[in-house]
Design a protein around this ligand. Structure first.
Ligand SMILES: [Zn+2]
Length: 466
């Protein structure tokens, strides 16, 4: 049985919104659905030899670029190329890309590494498109684009915005809870636009767009657990920012041998994609995993939206934080939940992924799991040192940063210093972040011992919670 785990905070939404909001619009795109035919008309507002697509993650399976599998450039003399970490549009004659480029595409629904699925497809034919998949910026050359890092915020690439319009020739589209003839977006936050007849279910706590073919027990769990968990978080963390949270739950069918739940979070939206024969029946394992999944993703309404990261190398604060909050919350909701087993897995994974390499740079190696695992381990240290629930440690950090809406590494470590009175904890975490350790098991055991985490080391040297 395959168990896929995918959860992510706004992975490339790394800039505080105001910076990008003031940037000029360099490109417009019109996305039109006509039945099964999807087209994107791209209009570039300036001349450039290369247009670089911001969202250029690889597929989780096979680690390949997704656009060549989904897009067909219909305009002659224009080609889509992979350069380094990015998909780039170039002119075949080496000059500037024509100002107008037409693309035909098939909505791409497979999982990407640490990025939003470009499309979510529902069994009634409805399709949700991720708005930022069309965003590109002009660049000096395709060759230079090959040297761009994954985190554009850490570069001096001039900011620009893309204005994207979505339209369905045969109906209205749904955005932010409203049905409209067309939707135009030009901010940096990204969203999903729903094409097709699927109707949202609206309650006091949330709005939900749920595939009608999703297994009944998952529908029931969503209806019960999401309001319960949101309520617990609101009491512990304060109100969620922005409008009523929207859950988009899609169902890819009972693929044999697959047990898959993958999620992502956008402003006001959590997406949850379910797939496989392994989730059609409620089993104890599927139930507890499903609860963890909901608890992790909805924690991002706070850790990821109320506050978010400035640099993606600080994702450990958000992913590990959401994981530890979820482990603790599911243990409250479901007394049978094996939270100890879940955290011991985090410890084991963190130790493996911090061996002689820094956790902060894990994204450069496609080892994003390190952010989840080590972030949860550091959370355990903060929890034990503060002698309060971890969620209270996070609430203090959120409250202190509601204005700039960013918790960075220095702020997190300073908060640890305050609650622990022991600067050796933040020092050792800093070392794990920057360069890892020759023996991470010993480093983690040392952190646990000084913070007061109850644990024992196994014969393999791994700390295990008691
Ligand atoms: Zn996450």
């Amino acid at each position: 049985m395959r168990l896929l785990v995918a959860g992510l905070v706004a992975w490339l939404a790394v800039l505080p919104a105001p910076a990008l909001a003031q940037a000029p619009v360099a490109m417009e795109a019109e996305i039109v659905r006509d039945g099964d035919r999807w087209t994107a008309e791209l209009r570039f507002l300036r001349d450039a030899p290369a247009w670089v697509f911001v969202r250029s993650a690889l597929t989780r399976e096979g680690e390949r670029p997704w656009r060549p599998q989904s897009w067909t450039v219909e305009t002659r003399g224009v080609r889509l190329e992979r350069r380094g970490r990015y998909d780039v549009l170039v002119a075949t004659n080496g000059g500037d890309v024509p100002r107008r480029v037409r693309v035909r595409f098939t909505p791409f629904t497979r999982d990407l590494i640490a990025d939003y699925d470009p499309a979510l497809v529902f069994t009634d034919g409805s399709v949700a498109l991720y708005s930022e998949q069309f965003d590109a910026f002009p660049f000096e050359s395709a060759a230079a684009a090959a040297r761009l890092p994954i985190d554009l915020a850490a570069t001096d690439v001039p900011l620009s915005r893309t204005r994207v319009t979505f339209r369905d020739d045969n109906g209205r589209v749904l955005h932010a809870g409203r049905r409209l003839a067309s939707v135009t977006i030009d901010d940096d936050d990204g969203s999903y636009i729903l094409f097709g007849p699927l109707q949202p279910i609206v309650t006091d706590a949330m709005a939900a767009i749920i595939d009608p073919a999703l297994p009944a027990w998952i529908r029931a769990t969503l209806g019960r657990a999401v309001p319960d968990i949101l309520d617990r978080y609101t009491r512990a963390l304060g109100p969620a920012p922005g409008p009523k949270p929207t859950i988009i739950a899609s169902w890819a069918g009972p693929t044999p041998g697959v047990t898959s739940m993958g999620g992502s979070v956008l402003p006001g939206i959590v997406t949850m994609a379910y797939e496989g024969s392994g989730v059609t029946q409620e089993t104890p394992q599927a139930r507890s995993y499903g609860l963890w999944f909901i608890a992790h993703e909805t924690a991002h309404f706070w850790l990821g939206q109320a506050v978010r990261y400035q640099y993606s190398r600080e994702a450990w604060i958000y992913e590990g934080g959401a994981d530890l909050i979820a482990f603790r919350t599911v243990a409250e909701v479901d007394p049978d939940y094996d939270w100890r087993g879940a955290l011991n897995q985090s410890i084991a994974d963190c130790a493996a992924l911090a061996s002689n390499r820094g956790i902060a740079s894990a994204e450069d190696r496609n080892e994003q799991r390190a952010y989840y695992a080590c972030g949860a381990v550091f959370g355990l240290v903060a929890e034990a040192a503060s002698r309060r629930p971890f969620i209270a440690f996070i609430r203090d950090l959120i409250d202190a940063n509601r204005t700039d809406r960013i918790i960075n590494r220095a702020e997190w470590l300073a908060a640890l210093d305050r609650v622990s009175g022991d600067r050796s904890l933040s020092r050792d975490i800093g070392i794990l972040l920057d360069r890892g350790a020759a023996d991470p098991k010993a480093t983690i055991a040392g952190l646990f011992r000084r913070a007061g985490v109850r644990f024992a080391r196994g014969a393999d040297g791994l700390p295990r919670l008691l």
